[in-house]
Write a protein that binds this ligand. Structure first.
Ligand code: DC
Length: 212
């Protein structure tokens, strides 16, 4: 069983995807982490994230088992990830890795921006998770403040709008809802309630039974 979870930044898609994976005993891949890791390598090498050669090279040599989880979670890594992710060569280099993950025997949950449209168009169930920009900016701001950053909510809201624009307007694999994706709006729904709804939909559509 393959479950595709796409959505906007700070919509809750990562938490929902992890929850689905745990509930059904499936492997989970956060594909945004791959783009972030490529961006971190490019920045570490002192190159510009828009430098096509540097970003493609980093994507081709990426070792997913050695991703530095702390380094990829900064606001700088996120902004640079959105720039490297717009490059077709980077997307092509990461495609096979994501496909292989999806095709493992016991099934998988992948979350990102183009899972239901490009990486796994044949997924058993597809979700598109979104929330109003103001709510998403507040969530991301709280996360960063809790992590010790002193950032302003207005700056986060501006960065989020810029990331949304870049992710949705790029030519290759832009962020968009697959026609057959179920929309879950988390503006007024807690993450727990969203996960419960996603689990209910998966059970109905596939006949799978939760393990937890
Ligand atoms: O979900 P995230 O914030 O960790 O993603 C970081 C960036 O990577 C985001 O700006 C868009 C890009 N991305 C993508 O283009 N395709 C994916 N499947 C996942 C992430």
């Amino acid at each position: 069983m393959i479950i595709a979870v796409d959505g906007t930044l700070a919509s809750g898609k990562g938490t929902v995807a992890r929850g689905i994976a745990k509930t059904f005993g499936l492997a989970h891949l956060d594909t945004g982490a791959l783009y972030r890791a490529v961006a971190v390598e490019v920045l570490k090498a002192g190159a510009d994230p828009g430098n096509i050669g540097a970003a493609e090279d980093a994507a081709r040599h990426l070792d997913p088992s050695r991703i530095d989880q702390a380094a990829i979670r900064t606001a700088e890594a996120g902004a640079a990830a959105s720039i490297v992710a717009a490059q077709p060569g980077v997307r092509a280099a990461l495609f096979d890795l994501q496909r292989r993950f999806a095709e493992q025997e016991d099934g998988a949950v992948l979350d990102g921006r183009d899972i239901g449209t490009i990486v796994c168009p044949d997924a058993d169930v597809k979700f598109y998770i979104d929330a109003e920009p103001r709510i998403r900016a507040q969530r991301r701001w709280r996360e960063l403040v809790a992590g010790g950053s002193s950032v302003q909510l207005e700056d986060i809201a501006r960065q989020l709008a810029e990331r949304d624009r870049r992710d949705s307007s790029r030519e290759t694999a832009p962020l968009m809802r697959a026609e057959d994706a179920v929309l879950l709006d988390t503006t007024h729904l807690s993450i727990d309630a969203t996960l419960a709804e996603a689990v209910r939909i998966i059970c109905n559509k596939t006949g799978a039974a939760p393990r937890t």
